[in-house]
Design a binder for this molecule. Structure first.
Ligand code: PLP
Length: 378
């Protein structure tokens, strides 16, 4: 069986987890801060806050940027539902910006048009969640300029994009955004089993994220006559990452450059060998480096896509579709979205198929995927 994604774990992680289990600290010990430091240094961000998963990171990122009822959050319809749900958790309204058919990221032109209209209608977003789809960075320079002109905050949903760069900076540096969020779910580029991180530059945002991660409680007591005292100053959550998960993350961070290289190698191989088939291939962005997390091809139409999915599956090759447009999920349709709202995303969805791509995929297995796909299309 060849899965579309798979974690890469060996004795290093197993030993690191054993060490934590034998130690005094299963949670709130020294390993989480070590993991956070590793990430913030790698990304050249001032701060990294480790949490239970990227969904909780997105939630407290929105809260740290003061998203609330009467506010509006925009994101891409071609993402995992979590990119939009975070706005709803805060009681805000969610809306989408259609994608660009080449980058498959939010279309900058559509974003400009929608912002111009929103300004006239007094319905500007408070937050834009920019999703680096498949690992290809969004045009952050343009998004940064628009965020200044129209006064909205930017969260980078970089769940696909750790290891990539934008301009001279690593994804996660927050050069053009307020907060960047990574996921360490096992199918992502690196894993902590479950886990996520939010990076930021601002100390104030970092303090808010830390407080929201842990019940809204401030760590330091200010009352000298009550040294046990702690103060809850706002409503927070328990979104902490455990020491066990962080220990896996510390090992994975050492392997990240190797993971990215292997993915790049497999990506280049797919590009070369699929060039002759009747499929639309992913395109590398300008002035950025994509740490490819997904290899998404587009077939001629939805019938061909279904045929390829089933044909590959009969040959024990498991592909996936990223993603069903969020606005077409029944829950979002009940909020008023409908087919036809974001036509480029919908057309992309009809044809998209993610081929297996992960560091454990051997050259031979990749050759099998390519051959079987060619058969399916012949
Ligand atoms: C995986 C993913 C998430 C959610 O990550 P979790 O760690 O599973 O909560 C959010 N956004 C995108 C784009 C993702 O791929």
């Amino acid at each position: 069986m060849i899965p579309y994604g798979k974690q890469s774990i060996d004795t290093q992680e197993i030993n690191a987890v054993s060490e934590v289990l034998k130690s005094d600290w299963l949670t709130q010990g020294p390993t989480v801060p070590t993991f956070e430091r590793t990430i913030s240094e790698y990304c050249n961000a001032n701060h990294a806050i480790a949490v239970s998963n990227a969904t909780s990171a997105l939630h407290i990122a929105c809260l740290a940027l003061s998203l609330g009822p009467n506010d509006i959050l925009w994101t891409s319809p071609i993402s995992f539902v979590a990119s939009a749900n975070c706005g709803l958790y805060c009681g805000a309204k969610v809306d989408f910006v259609d994608i660009d058919p080449i980058s498959r990221n939010i279309s900058i032109q559509k974003l400009q048009e929608k912002l111009r209209l929103a300004k006239q209608n007094n319905s500007l977003p408070k937050i834009l969640v920019a999703v680096h789809f498949a690992g290809r960075p969004c045009d952050m320079h343009a998004i940064g300029e628009l965020s200044t002109r129209y006064n909205f905050s930017v969260i980078e949903d970089a769940c696909h994009a750790i290891g990539g760069t934008y301009g001279k900076q690593a994804i996660g540096s927050c050069e053009y955004s307020d907060i960047t969020v990574f996921s360490f779910h096992p199918v992502k580029t690196m894993t902590t089993a479950e886990g996520g991180v939010a990076t930021c530059r601002s100390e104030e945002i970092k303090n808010r994220l830390e407080r929201l991660r842990s019940h809204g409680i401030d760590k330091q007591s200010v009352r000298h006559n009550e040294p046990w005292n702690y103060e809850q100053n706002e409503l927070g959550y328990n979104y902490r990452m455990s020491e066990v998960h962080a220990a896996i993350g510390v090992c994975q961070m050492k392997k990240l450059p190797g993971f990215v290289d292997r993915r790049q190698y497999l990506f280049d191989r797919y590009q070369k060998r699929l060039a002759e088939l009747d499929v639309k291939l992913p395109v590398e962005g300008e002035s950025s480096f994509s740490a490819w997390h997904l290899f998404v091809i587009e077939l001629a139409n939805s019938e061909t896509r279904l045929h390829c999915y089933q044909f590959l599956r009969e040959h024990s090759i498991y592909t996936q579709v990223h993603y069903i447009p969020i606005h077409l999920q029944p829950y979002y349709q009940r909020l008023g979205f409908k087919l036809g709202d974001f036509p480029v995303a919908e057309s992309y969805y009809q044809k998209a198929l993610s081929l297996p791509l992960h560091p454990e995929l051997s050259d031979d297995d990749q050759d099998t995927v390519i051959e079987v796909l060619a058969q399916a299309l012949s």
